[in-house]
Design a protein around this ligand. Structure first.
Ligand SMILES: [Fe+2]
Length: 519
């Protein structure tokens, strides 16, 4: 019995499209592009080459640890950097464990109250009524699409008063309904046009889709008034930098079976057996908080592996070609626009990662190969126009519960020489780096190995510089004035100490420029 169920990729695409009335005549007839967003700045419009900074969080949505809450501590670390930040990117898994509405209050509203309009009244706010006072821009994570599997939902529903009393499900971050296949995330962050009656739709579109970007009408993000996203994937521009926010959940359909079905089935059975063992340990009682946390984190890892294996065993998953084409076309147009000085990509699943559980997962390979196809396509279209520039300057992701800075070497593709930063250690159970270490290898066609990427920094579970304590993290990213794009990272790290927190001061990291690109 798996705790969560994951809708199919086609279901995710279809349901999200319904929620935003994707490309319906009311929108197309007005020339509205539902993938563009214009941010209205608090002060003056920034110049195309002005410096700015933004903040990053990921994998934070837990309400466990009512005392010394990791998401809250990391939010507090970000607060001194908030007043003049241009925006905040959340790399997904906004609310664990199954993106449920009744978990938003403790797992999101409470830790991030300073980003919310009337946030001091967080306990009486609803996820549906959230208005931010500064751009708070997420992408959906896998947990934001999950539902409680039927038997668990039944047990959870039938025993609700008892559970409230026992706090058991509170501790596993599971409401009793789940995300409604991403419905709750959509209600919280997206402009859910399907909830508007036709009589109000017209006025809403005239009032809020009044921005114009490159001749396209699009949604206007106005802090304090309306802070919605037009779609599950979208793009915006700030000070000459284009940011592409991707829904990677629909891009992870398995690329090719790397093992036979029988061995995958055996692996699945072993994971399910281990999962039952964890359930029994949790149910047996008498487990202290630290051991229970470890069991819950193991449960989440197992659940992820089970869903990954089920995707690999099941065949014929949809490929979200429309989103891949949108990204490719958008990057090409961005490179051809002389006013744009750089490009950042943000999404949930990391294409390169050295966290213990992720590199061998089918999801990781799928997102890496799909992104490669897009970037190869961009490079082929642009030819000499792109010269030694990278198709993207920085890729931000989450999903791995750590802070990690990687760079690719010569991969044989257009994703060579790119910086990859994972910010997924902002609240949920942290993970260690894999035993094999910082070098990521891929197999060549002739069976030899190729060194494709290196990890330069890894902060997570049992972090050696803090004597093996667990190090949670957020990130400040600075973009310097002018060109070429200079990016500086400031990790904001706090370790759990016996009776509270110990904040860590880390040096700022300047990412090297495009001279390291494969020519
Ligand atoms: Fe995730």
């Amino acid at each position: 019995m798996n705790l969560a169920s994951d809708p199919t990729i086609q279901r995710k695409i279809t349901r999200m499209a319904e929620r935003v009335r994707w490309k319906q005549p009311a929108l197309t007839s007005r020339g509205i592009d539902q993938t563009r967003l214009v941010l209205e700045p608090d002060g003056d419009q920034p110049g195309q080459e002005d410096p700015f900074h933004f903040l990053v969080l990921g994998d934070s949505g837990t309400g466990r640890h009512r005392f010394h809450s990791p998401p809250r501590r990391i939010a507090e670390r970000l607060l001194p950097h908030k007043p003049d930040a241009a925006f905040l990117l959340h790399t997904g898994d906004v609310v664990y464990l199954v993106g449920a509405a009744d978990q938003y209050r403790d797992n999101f509203l409470r830790p991030y109250r300073e980003w919310l309009q009337d946030g001091e009244q967080w306990s009486s706010l609803s996820h549906e009524g959230m208005v931010f006072n500064q751009p708070f821009l997420p992408v959906p994570g896998n947990h934001d699409y999950y539902d409680l599997s039927f038997p668990v939902a039944l047990v959870a529903g039938l025993t609700l008063p008892l559970r409230r009393h026992l706090q058991w499900f509170h501790d596993v971050d599971a409401g009793w309904r789940g995300s409604g296949q991403g419905e709750v995330y959509a209600q919280a962050f997206m402009d859910v046009l399907h909830q508007l009656p036709p009589s109000r739709l017209e006025q809403h579109l005239e009032t809020h889709y009044d921005a114009v970007w490159d001749g396209h009408r699009c949604l206007h993000y106005r802090p304090g008034r309306l802070t919605r996203l037009p779609n599950r994937y979208y793009r915006f521009r700030h000070a000459g930098v284009d940011v592409f926010a991707i829904d990677s959940n629909t891009l992870i359909s398995p690329v090719a079976p790397s093992q036979d079905r029988r061995s995958l089935q055996q692996e699945l059975q072993a994971c399910e057996h281990q999962q039952n063992h964890v359930y029994q340990s949790l149910a047996s009682g008498g487990v202290d908080e630290e051991s229970r946390d470890a069991l819950l984190d193991e449960l989440e890892t197992l659940q992820e592996s089970i869903l990954d294996l089920r995707r690999r065993i099941g065949q014929g998953a949809t490929v979200d070609e429309a989103q891949l084409k949108w990204l490719k076309d958008g990057l090409i147009a961005s490179h051809r626009d002389p006013t744009v000085r750089g490009r950042i990509l943000t999404m949930h699943h990391p294409p390169y990662v050295t966290e213990a559980t992720k590199w061998t997962q089918a999801d990781t390979m799928a997102i890496r190969l799909r992104l490669r196809q897009v970037l190869d396509g961009v490079a082929a279209s642009l030819g000499d126009t792109m010269a030694a520039a990278a198709p993207v300057d920085l890729v931000l992701s989450g999903h791995a519960h750590c802070l990690e800075v990687l760079r690719t070497h010569d991969t044989g593709h257009a994703d060579s020489g790119i910086h990859w930063v994972i910010c997924g250690g902002s609240g949920y159970g942290l993970r260690s780096q894999r035993r094999e270490g910082a070098r990521l290898m891929e197999m060549n066609d002739d069976g030899s190995e190729k060194h494709v990427a290196s990890s330069d920094l890894y902060i997570g579970k049992d972090w050696p510089p803090a004597e093996g304590r667990h190090a949670y993290s957020g990130l400040r990213v600075d973009i310097a004035a002018g060109r070429p794009l200079t990016i500086r990272l400031t990790p904001l790290v706090s370790c759990r100490a016996d009776r509270g927190w110990s904040d860590q001061v880390l040096e700022t990291i300047t990412l090297s420029g495009p001279s390291h690109r494969r020519q």
